[in-house]
Design a protein around this ligand. Sequence first.
Ligand code: PMP
Ligand code: GLN
Length: 394
Amino acid sequence: MSQSPHVADALKGFGTTIFSEMSALAASTGAINLGQGFPNYDGPTEVLERAVAEINSGNNQYSPGLGMAVLREAIARHQRRFWNLAYDADTEILITAGATEALAGALLGLLNDGDEVVMFEPMYDSYMACVAMARGRAVPVLLRPQADGRYVFDEAELREAISPRTRAILLNTPHNPTGTVFTGKEIECVASLAKEHDLIVISDEVYEHLVFDSARHIPIATLEGMKDRTVTISSGGKTFNTTGWKIGWACAPAPLLDAVRTAKQFLTYVNGAPFQPAIALGLDLPDAYFDKIADDLRRKRDILLAGLQQAGLITFKPEGTYFITTDIRPREPDGNGVEFCRRLPHSHGVVAIPNAVFYSPEHADAGRHLVRFAFCKTTELLESAVERLCASVR
Ligand code: PMP
Ligand code: GLN
């Protein structure tokens, strides 16, 4: 679809997000949607019931500007319990409309015109658009797959990407779409460059609890000298299977958080009052809950991984998140992932996301032949999807 001439210069070329396009295609064709990352099952009953109770007891008006204290306090307890990070609930935690708004608030609140943001690509699609809206410049550093399926960056390339105009590094671990969980050594490398060049780090950790096997999530704010320069962002959507609630947050030292809040208050002001105490309840659930979601997802990953291999795709085994990246070339010698994903709902009744959308135009070739499948679905749905993918063209 060609873009309307009314779209502002800064947003030219961004079009409609792939998630809207592909979920609409799933709805219109009746295909199984392994595209947009949302579970087809609910989160914990007590979390859902708490939201219903909040609505029924009248928590239906604006929440305070920073978000409800009950949730900010639960986030402070969560950050201490899992990562041993201490944040003051009144000055260092902000509730946002999903992690997406926290990212937008951080970029709009912290960047001046022409400031550069170094980020790893492939990347979640809102990063480049938000940097553009903030009149900044995105400087992408490629992650490349190794033989074991992990995506890694080249330290020299990361160093070279930093210039006198660099204001921030935008990090995402566990990483969407590759499923890579950055190691201690990799995080240390990012941290030492941030310290050397006096940069802010915006750390998107929405998949912090979706980590498998021997991989461990390491928040960059836990590294020596990093907490004071890091905005850590997360969301209840992934951890509690409530992506539609859009309850996210940012944690940062007060001066940084204040910059994020200044922008955020003019985006939505506040959102989701009845959902906030419900996510607070979720964050206080026992460790067993968090272990179980990772364990269940690991099993789902293994089902889809084996199925995608059986369907003739090359897979990159994820260590975290709920996505598997595949190389379609054994099935599709031309390797055009966008065309493959547009055809797949019609030919096989399955929707997936072309990874090309997660790359900047200058590195578009790196993602052309890659396609992402989500495994946050019931076993039955994953099995049906695999069966469809293995069948010959309809
Ligand atoms: N960051 C990443 C890496 C994501 O995959 C997502 C997925 N939705 C988000 C941020 C946005 O999270 P939310 O839905 O809470 O806005
Ligand atoms: N984060 C999810 C994904 O990557 C959904 C994002 C969205 O719908 N904007 O699929």
